[in-house]
Design a protein around this ligand. Structure first.
Ligand code: GLV
Ligand code: MN
Ligand code: MN
Length: 438
């Protein structure tokens, strides 16, 4: 297994890598991400897996049991009708995998580690002489990061019907390129909507690099996810009046950059206040932070118009990424940040509108799967979103394995995983797939 893993990792290493930063730029339906997908298809082919594409940009490689394939009639069944095979004891397929796209200037492991480990786990199972009693699928989901079209887990959301084709058709990237046009330009035939292959899936196990320091602090190579924090993305549009940077008196300005800057400070402060649990945003006792670290708020993306050094801007658009341990606290945190931003806009002579572009509820992974994967391993929550969360919310029993990240850094070129920990993760995933697909 180490050799197979190493070869796959070596294959992917140069794809979309910036020589300047050493980070990865694998935006959905761009050349580097599609090269990763083509590589994935080839790896499936080399292993004799049947490759299935859907019209959402997702790809699954199937290892079918001899004579034991789930009947195709189920493919267009409604979710209730899937109940007979959704679950750990039914006949449904066991799905694993992750994604191949990256954030802008991302790390090597977020996503690809889950796909490479899934393929390596199949190699391990074959070396063990295992023959699956249920189909095992390896998925490569599209646009998990939302780095191009703004909506995280777009491929899995479309697959389960959490995002409608109409909603997806309205999405455009920063250059105004619509999702379907981007897919077509990449040589795909978009057919957005619920994925046929999903109907045969009984459960999902995703392996992922850990994106914090929990496993490092515990001295453990592999952990299991208990839950995903509720989280959301909110677009703040600040509007003011463009004017000359030199001739406009300070008291005559309507500067949306100023309102934004104060809002960024307020967001940081409010998340700290919630985390400290000393007071709650909005002043009510409801939803009080129950952990010493219960909220995160980040402005990481900004657009400024006209974006000139010598002009007061007319517009600043900023995206708030907010995450909390509970939905109630998340809603209250965002409401407080917006309230403070509106008050500031009033003082600055600017205006503000806020749009929640996506809000993901809390996810609690399947208790039975956690018990099976978690024996002897730390079981930890995460504030990162994953396709596993989308599948879990859609009623598919799901769970995640985390592999220790020695830097604790993610969404950055500094993301790391030691090879021995990756191998431990592959073994843990292989054990899980073997048990589930027996
Ligand atoms: C995805 O990685 C996210 O949590 O934003
Ligand atoms: Mn990821
Ligand atoms: Mn990520």
């Amino acid at each position: 297994m180490p050799d197979d893993f190493e070869q796959m990792w070596t294959d992917l290493a140069p794809v979309g890598r910036s020589a300047a930063t050493t980070g990865y730029f694998r935006q959905p339906f761009g050349a580097a991400e599609r090269e990763c997908h083509a590589w994935f298809v080839e790896q499936c082919r080399l292993r004799g897996l049947r490759v299935e594409h859907d019209g959402n940009g997702n790809t699954v490689g199937w290892w079918e049991p001899v004579g034991g394939i789930v009947p195709r009639e189920r493919h267009h069944a409604e979710p209730e009708a899937r109940a007979d095979h959704v679950g750990l004891s039914g006949a449904g397929a066991v799905l694993t995998g992750s994604h191949l796209d990256s954030v802008l200037d991302g790390g090597a492991y977020d996503g690809p580690l889950g796909v490479v480990s899934a393929l390596a786990a199949i190699d391990v199972l074959r070396d063990r002489g295992f023959l699956p009693g249920r189909p095992i699928g390896v998925a490569a989901f599209a646009e998990e990061e939302g780095s191009r079209f703004g909506l995280a887990c777009l491929g899995s959301r479309l697959a389960v019907g959490a995002t409608t084709p109409e909603q997806a058709r309205a999405l455009a990237d920063r250059d105004g390129v619509r999702l379907e046009d981007a897919m077509a330009a990449a040589g795909l035939e978009p057919a957005l909507g619920r994925s046929v292959w999903l109907e045969r899936v009984g459960c999902y196990v995703e392996l992922h690099v850990e994106q914090g320091r929990d496993l490092v602090d515990r001295g453990e190579p592999v952990g299991v996810a208990s839950a995903i924090w509720p989280h959301g993305r909110y677009r703040f549009d600040f509007r003011g009046e463009a004017n000359h940077a030199g001739t406009t008196r300070m008291e005559d300005r309507q500067d949306p950059m100023l309102t934004y800057a104060m809002t960024a400070l307020a967001a940081n402060k409010q998340a700290r206040v919630v985390s400290a649990g000393s007071t709650t945003p909005g002043g009510s006792a409801a939803g009080r932070g129950t952990s010493p670290d219960a909220a995160r708020a980040t402005f990481g993306r900004l657009e400024v118009a006209p974006n000139g050094t010598n002009a007061v801007p007319s517009r600043v658009t900023a995206w708030l990424d907010a995450r909390c341990a509970s939905e109630e606290v998340l809603a209250e945190l965002v409401a407080t940040i917006e309230k403070q931003a509106q008050e500031r806009a009033g003082r600055d002579g600017t205006s503000l509108s806020v749009v929640a572009e996506s809000v993901s509820p809390a996810v609690h992974f399947d208790a039975e799967l956690i018990a099976r994967l978690g024996a002897g391993r730390p079981v930890i929550p995460t504030a990162a979103g994953h396709d596993a969360g989308i599948l879990a919310t859609a009623g598919i029993p799901s769970a995640m394995l985390f592999v220790r990240n020695p830097t604790g850094v993610s969404h950055s070129p500094a993301e790391r995983a030691e090879r021995s920990d990756c191998h431990a993760g592959v073994e843990a995933l292989a054990d899980a797939l073997q048990e589930l697909a027996s």
